[in-house]
Design a protein around this ligand. Structure first.
Ligand SMILES: Nc1ncnc2c1ncn2[C@@H]1O[C@H](COP(=O)(O)OP(=O)(O)O)[C@@H](O)[C@H]1O
Ligand SMILES: [Mg+2]
Length: 255
């Protein structure tokens, strides 16, 4: 399942906001076909990491190679070309309140003009079904459905273009543990069905264990440990141990 070649190679990644150094020389490899979960305290820079990879933020220093190509400061058409192969589930779902669910799901299909509206609607209904939502939900609006259902819609949108690379930012935050487990299983299924590479960030250890082949821990702006899911209980790393056991010091005081 895990390919031998790296999909993403990050070296010496740095990102600060004013005086606040968030990423401080972060190194990370994401292997082709794997599901890698990045854990870390709230405010440790997990979302900033993903935003640097997908080009929402530009790094201050360091290298990000994607399929061997340097993308750290890529912009314009070249960036769009890379991002067309990427699907993303944002931390808060990030659905468009004014659009019905089917148009939310179809957004990446319509915005790249890869599909006509009627075809996109039919495809959206299929995608909604894949995440467990019936066709009657297609014309409803985000405000009319539960947060768990919103996550499903966000997932359907993330996979709409059958991307080779998926990013999930806190997919289970804000939903109850039972729904969280359902979403985790859906994520695992969608990633497997697509044969995609996935990078998920979470501060939820149960979720990390369900989703990941490997886990990497961010602390003080660096990856301080990376290994197979089954090895995390004996990481030999005090920060990881504290996080896994839920010690407040490792979890931080953020939201
Ligand atoms: N656009 C921004 N401007 C200023 N500070 C930011 C910005 N984005 C993130 N930060 C700060 O960077 C730190 C890491 O944020 P983030 O990556 O969102 O943490 P998390 O690990 O919880 O996802 C936080 O202290 C946050 O306040
Ligand atoms: Mg975050």
């Amino acid at each position: 399942m895990i390919g031998r070649s790296p999909k993403i190679v990050i070296r010496g990644l740095e990102k600060s906001f004013g005086a606040k150094a968030v990423l401080q020389g972060l190194d990370l490899d994401v292997l082709e076909g794997e599901s890698l979960v990045v854990i870390g305290a709230s405010g440790s820079g997990k979302s900033v990491l993903i935003k640097n990879i997908v080009g929402i933020l530009a790094p201050d220093a360091g290298s990000i190679r994607y399929d061997g190509m340097e993308i750290a400061s890529l912009a314009g058409n070249a960036r769009d070309r890379i991002n067309r192969g990427i699907g993303m589930l944002f931390q808060n779902g990030a659905l468009f309140d004014s659009l019905p669910l089917w148009e939310n799901v179809a957004f990446p299909l319509l915005s790249t003009r890869t599909m006509a509206r009627s075809g996109a609607r039919a495809r959206s209904i299929e995608l909604l079904r894949e995440v467990g939502l019936g066709p009657e939900t297609a014309d409803r609006y985000p405000a009319d459905i539960s947060v768990g259902a919103q996550k499903r819609v966000g997932l359907a949108r993330a996979i709409a273009t059958a991307p080779e690379m998926l990013f999930f930012d806190e997919p289970t935050t804000g939903i109850d543990p039972i729904m969280g487990a359902v979403i985790d299983r859906l994520i695992v299924k969608c990633v497997r069905d697509l044969g995609a590479t996935a990078l998920t960030i979470t501060h939820d250890m149960d979720s990390a264990r369900r989703i990941g082949d490997r886990i990497a821990m961010i602390h003080d702006g660096k990856v301080v440990w990376i290994g197979n899911v089954e090895d995390i209980a004996r990481s030999g790393n005090a920060v990881v141990d504290a996080f896994v056991r839920g010690a407040p010091a490792a979890r931080g005081t953020g939201v």
